[in-house]
Design a protein around this ligand. Structure first.
Ligand SMILES: *Cc1c(COP(=O)(O)O)cnc(C)c1O
Length: 423
């Protein structure tokens, strides 16, 4: 598409946008009494208007039924986690039994590592990406220590080449091959939180499969953002959060994927609680844990229904829209933003000092662009914030912006680019 830098053109794109009606399904925060330009959906997605109704339903059932709500609520609480399987499985390319919604992301990451990081003999190492999210480092580091091993020796990072910021697939694959007999696990965020790079997960997984190395994913910045085929890609396990692109509210419930080829591997060590036990015998209060087959067997506690109600509201929207249409708009929207920023850079005005560190290849990114500022970055950020932009500043010099295709408009993106050029 031939883009143009004008408000009229941005509005024309909005008019032609098949998803434009969805913006009205969300509350857009205001700054100084005016709708903000909200570009922070990669950090906390906006509230769908339908959330209140869904939470209200559970509050009423609790009010009117008390404990009976476990069985007689409109959405019986006993089975609450079942209500998500199909929707979540669709988002990540999984079979329904391969997913379960539960806990929080870092909790689930630890649960998954307990089962899937099984150092043995020479195979003790974990391969990660450089610049991974801190919580993931902490989890991996402590898991290594739980095995009495030294994180300094066991955690290996794939680094960008000199002068580069993102990683090359061939370098990741080469590292897997180089360390093949020492790796117990490869653990990657599918989309890097800082650069916005979407890795070639299929190719990395093929390398792991070839050398029989377990491959796990953190989908925090990937779910609801980029197309995923976890089952077909032979991913062993994954976890994510629901409050970023999935718009399910602060601290919203997480979920895990466990590939069907581990579904009945009851020898895998795991942490346990009654909710992971076979549903038929859960209330017999036996002493011995009989895990359910599949991802559900990793549950510990009964479902946090109020928080899950928000998740349910949000997933209904994803069910309606589907990832294909969402991705289509997302590529166009982020593409337009990139084009506008690049034009600003190429304009005669030499005062613009930034570069985009997110890959230019659409296949290697989702909805996020990370803008690295040369100097006075924080000042620039503060100025656009004052002007009504809600975005994200990452020390030392990066502004992250994420046009979310469910509620951001082409006009949002155009106005943002105008502000960046102006200040
Ligand atoms: C957002 C994010 C987290 C946050 O973890 P919580 O347990 O949800 O607080 C962890 N890891 C990554 C990669 C993230 O992007």
């Amino acid at each position: 598409m031939q883009y143009e830098n004008s408000l009229a053109f941005a509005r024309q794109l909005d008019k032609n946008d098949a998803l434009r009606a969805y913006r009205k399904e969300f509350f857009i925060p205001k700054v100084n009494g005016k709708e903000s330009i909200y570009l922070c959906g990669n950090s906390l997605g906006l509230q769908p208007r339908s959330v209140q109704k869904h939470i209200q339903t559970e509050l009423e059932d609790w009010k009117n039924l008390g404990v009976e709500g476990h069985v007689h609520a409109r959405h019986p609480w006993l089975y609450y986690h079942h209500f998500f399987s199909k929707s979540v499985a669709r988002l990540i390319g999984a079979k329904a039994g391969e997913v379960v919604v539960m806990n929080q992301l870092s909790v689930n990451l630890n649960l998954m590592l307990i089962s899937f990081y099984r150092p043995k003999g020479k195979r003790v190492k974990i391969l990660m990406q450089a610049n991974e999210f801190p919580s993931d480092y902490y989890a991996v580091e402590q898991q290594v220590r739980l095995h009495g091993l030294n994180p300094k020796e066991c955690i290996v990072e794939v680094l960008p080449r000199e002068g580069e910021v993102t990683l090359r697939t061939e370098d990741i694959v080469a590292k897997v091959a180089e360390l093949k007999d020492e790796l117990a696990l490869v653990m990657f965020s599918a989309v890097n939180y800082y650069t916005g790079q979407f890795y070639d997960i299929k190719t990395i997984s093929e390398a792991c499969c070839k050398h029989k190395i377990v491959f796990g994913l953190d989908l925090a910045h990937a779910i609801g953002n980029v197309p995923l085929q976890l089952h077909d890609w032979h991913i062993d396990f994954a976890t994510w959060c629901s409050y970023k692109y999935l718009n399910s509210g602060p601290g919203g419930v997480s979920g895990v994927f466990v590939n069907n080829h581990h579904a009945k591997n009851f020898d895998l060590p795991r942490l346990a609680g009654w909710w992971g036990n076979d549903e038929k015998t859960r209330f017999r209060m036996h002493k011995h844990f009989v895990p359910q087959a599949g991802a559900a067997g990793w549950q510990l506690s009964n479902a946090p229904v109020l928080s899950m109600a928000a998740h349910k509201a949000s997933l209904e929207i994803f069910d309606q829209v589907g990832m294909r249409a969402l991705r289509q708009k997302s590529e166009l929207l982020t593409g337009y933003l990139e084009w506008l920023l690049q034009s600003a850079l190429q304009s005669a005005d030499a005062k613009v000092h930034f570069r985009i560190i997110t890959p230019t290849d659409k296949k290697q990114r989702g909805a996020q662009l990370s803008i690295q500022t040369e100097r006075n970055g924080k000042k620039l950020f503060d100025k656009i914030t004052k002007a009504g932009v809600i975005a994200d500043w990452r020390e030392p010099d990066v502004i992250r912006v994420a046009p979310a295709p469910l509620y951001n408009s082409f006009e949002d993106v155009w106005r943002f680019a105008q502000l960046i050029s102006a200040v």
